[in-house]
Design a protein around this ligand. Structure first.
Ligand SMILES: Cc1cc2nc3c(=O)[nH]c(=O)nc-3n(C[C@H](O)[C@H](O)[C@H](O)COP(=O)(O)OP(=O)(O)OC[C@H]3O[C@@H](n4cnc5c(N)ncnc54)[C@H](O)[C@@H]3O)c2cc1C
Length: 384
């Protein structure tokens, strides 16, 4: 098994690394403090072409393979998880759904604009009363001739106020997952409102919104793939990519926590020597170094399976579960190793901890990942 990156993958990583060092890291703390959207990073994502990284070349993207995507996301996660979330949702959740499920007309309509970054995507699955159990969601889409009338509310939607297209899951049929369909809703449609959510614990500079769909009427050509009843399948297949991406981001965040910890603990002295030389601090560093490697290896395995066209749902779940929990441990260790300075927002450890914390909650909580994994391993459904 060859674990070395090819020269092409190294080159992609380097471009992403350099971009993060110049356009992301210098602004991250200030943007976080002011809840300011990272416009300079979004511009850099457009300039580098990363904004359309995985969109096929025939639709104006770069057609990059899954490992290239993972490498870019890992570097963004290392620099600022806010920037990473913008790209992950746009590419991993929304454009991947259009590529995999859309009609040719839908691909032509949305993908070139998304590849250029002229239109961003948001993913509208979660509702106020349905989070871990989206199969029961309440938003409705009623067919009226050759249009659908959509009503409902979505909550915690990343890119919600800045997206030009919302992938919205809404009920067209009876109860349960089979009654749900996916729609590509232009966000300038009458009746569509996005209200920004402020005061998040972390990810403060990325856009999170409540979506209100109040008698939103769209053409039947907005039904993704032209088929009713596939909405939850679409969402779950997008979440496979989303979880791979989130695992990569968490690997990057844990890597950053390790780098920051090493810098600080080798310079800060107490009791006449660098604190890294005290065994209990060394343990924090060693645990984090192992977590980073494990998270990275699990994530790269998913990318490898995706590149070979294999189903990777279970492996993406494992990688997401491990890497998200590892990123929380890593950031917490980083704060601990900084002593009181880790608690002041002039320094990065506190931001890493706050940004890491959400990753065990979204795209399926850690509890939900464990249920998915145990069901796959045992064949016994522990959900109900
Ligand atoms: C910053 C942020 C960004 C987000 N971005 C998006 C987005 O872009 N699009 C989108 O659609 N959603 C998004 N979400 C929503 C996110 O995916 C949900 O919050 C998440 O799925 C959990 O749903 P919930 O909050 O309703 O929690 P609940 O489902 O109410 O869960 C509450 C608790 O119960 C546990 N639980 C639930 N069911 C079970 C069970 N069967 N067994 C064991 N434990 C269980 C959960 O693990 C959790 O601990 C985002 C959330 C945040 C915070």
């Amino acid at each position: 098994m060859d674990m070395t990156l090819s020269s092409e993958h190294e080159a992609v990583r380097k471009v992403a690394h350099d971009m993060v060092e110049t356009a992301v890291i210098p602004h991250a703390i200030q943007n976080d403090r002011e809840e300011r959207f990272p416009t300079e990073a979004l511009d850099a994502l457009k300039q580098t072409g990363f904004i359309g990284l995985t969109i096929p070349e025939e639709y104006g993207g770069s057609g990059a393979d899954p490992l290239s995507y993972v490498l870019v996301i890992e570097e963004l996660g290392r620099g600022d998880a806010n920037v990473r979330s913008i790209l992950s949702v746009h590419l991993g959740l929304v454009s991947s759904a259009i590529v995999n499920w859309g009609t040719e007309e839908q691909k032509q309509r949305w993908l070139p604009q998304m590849a250029a970054g002229d239109v961003l995507g948001c993913f509208g699955l979660t509702e106020p009363d349905y989070g871990s159990n989206p199969g029961d969601l309440a938003a409705s889409a009623v067919k009226e001739g050759d249009t659908y009338r959509i009503n409902g509310r979505k909550i915690f939607i990343t890119n919600g106020t800045i997206a030009g297209v919302a992938l919205v899951m809404a009920r067209t049929g009876g109860p349960g997952a089979r009654g749900v369909s996916a729609f590509l809703v232009p966000t300038d449609t009458k009746g569509f409102t996005a209200n920004a959510i402020h005061g998040k614990l972390g990810l403060r500079s990325c856009d999170t919104a409540e979506l209100v769909l109040d008698d939103v009427v769209v053409g039947a050509d907005c039904l993704l793939g032209g088929t009713e009843g596939t909405g939850i399948k679409v969402a779950l297949s997008s979440l496979d990519f989303g979880r791979m991406s989130l695992a990569a981001s968490c690997t990057g965040l844990a890597q950053r926590a390790l780098e920051v910890m090493v810098d600080y603990t080798t310079q800060r002295t107490q009791f006449g020597k660098p604190v890294a030389g005290h065994q209990l601090v060394a343990e924090l560093i060693a645990d984090t170094a192992v977590d980073v490697d494990c998270a990275r290896l699990l994530t790269y395995r998913v990318a490898d399976m995706a590149a070979r066209g294999e189903r990777f749902t279970l492996e993406a779940s494992k990688a997401k579960l491990f890497a998200s929990e590892a990123s929380v441990r890593a950031a917490n260790n980083c704060v601990q190793a900084h002593g009181g300075y880790g608690y002041i927002d002039e320094y990065i450890p506190g931001k890493l901890m706050r940004d890491a914390r959400v990753t065990t909650l979204y795209e399926g909580t850690s509890q939900i990942q464990k249920l998915l994994i145990s069901r796959a391993v045992t064949g016994v459904n522990a959900f109900t």
